[in-house]
Design a protein around this ligand. Structure first.
Ligand code: PEP
Length: 253
């Protein structure tokens, strides 16, 4: 089974519209021409989605929101609807990022609603899961991952699973400069795939793209991508630097 790699950049709460467009231009130029073994996705802040979306129309770079609401529209101050993301040209939304879980107290229940709503209205979820350092040290990693996968994907149909991407992001590795070793990441990805195989079936698990996220940088992307169950990366800090992200997109195994 060969899964197309996906390199995703999460720009978080950074960049003005003008800065975002400059970086988007660098990303477009960095995608190797004719490469059909990988996809590139960028998640600018909401304010820049529309302008960046316009730039991506004739490119091979995909656009993502950094979150998405489960409702079509209505009184949900501070939220963004799936149709609004689509209107800007986005195909994906990051859901359940650890910063949403930890700083904004988004629960598994809310994350599940976001995943379901995204799929209902035509946005592909990038569901983020991952254990904290305390959970890893107390050997709860697998329990946490299983709980987050099952809660996030509860009731999702096998057909819709084809649109889902999972990102394994150990919380202790995000923005800390500490990367999970390739063995630690591979072990977690195999475990996640096994959970999916039990929930659905092996073919669906084999098709699922599982990204690794947590201090991915030019120096470690090649060894991470050499692992059979690592299908791409969700990149924070290094995605804000055009040259670094270009190197990550152009990983070699
Ligand atoms: C992230 O924000 O998802 C992330 C992995 O950040 P960083 O690459 O900076 O660790």
């Amino acid at each position: 089974m060969t899964r197309k790699a996906l390199i995703a950049g999460n720009w978080k709460m950074h960049l003005t519209v003008e800065e975002a467009c400059t970086l988007a231009r660098e990303v477009i130029q960095a995608v190797p021409t004719g490469a059909d073994d990988r996809e590139v996705l960028i998640a600018p802040p909401f304010t820049a989605l529309r302008e960046v979306g316009k730039m991506l129309v004739s490119s091979h770079v995909l656009l993502s929101g950094q979150n998405v609401c489960w409702e079509k529209n209505g009184a949900f101050t501070g939220e963004i609807a799936p149709a609004m993301l689509k209107d800007c040209g986005a195909s994906h939304a990051i859901i359940g990022h650890s910063e949403r879980r930890q700083i904004f107290h988004e629960s598994d229940e809310m994350i599940h609603k976001r995943v379901t709503g995204a799929l209902k209205y035509g946005i592909s979820p990038v569901l983020c899961i991952g254990e904290t350092l305390k959970e890893r040290e107390s050997e709860q990693t697998f329990t946490v991952l299983e709980t987050q996968v099952k809660a996030g994907l509860r009731g999702i149909s096998p057909d819709d699973m084809q649109k889902v991407v999972v990102a394994y992001e150990p919380v202790w590795a995000i923005g800390t400069g500490k990367t999970a070793s390739k063995e630690q990441a591979q072990e977690a990805h195999v475990f996640i795939r096994e959970v999916i195989a039990k929930l659905y079936e092996k073919t669906i698990a084999e098709k699922l793209r599982i990204l690794y996220g947590g201090s991915v940088k030019p120096a470690n992307i090649d060894e991470l991508m050499s692992q059979p169950d690592i299908d791409g990366a969700l990149v924070g800090g290094a995605a804000l630097d055009g040259a670094s992200f270009a190197r990550i997109i152009n990983f070699t195994v």
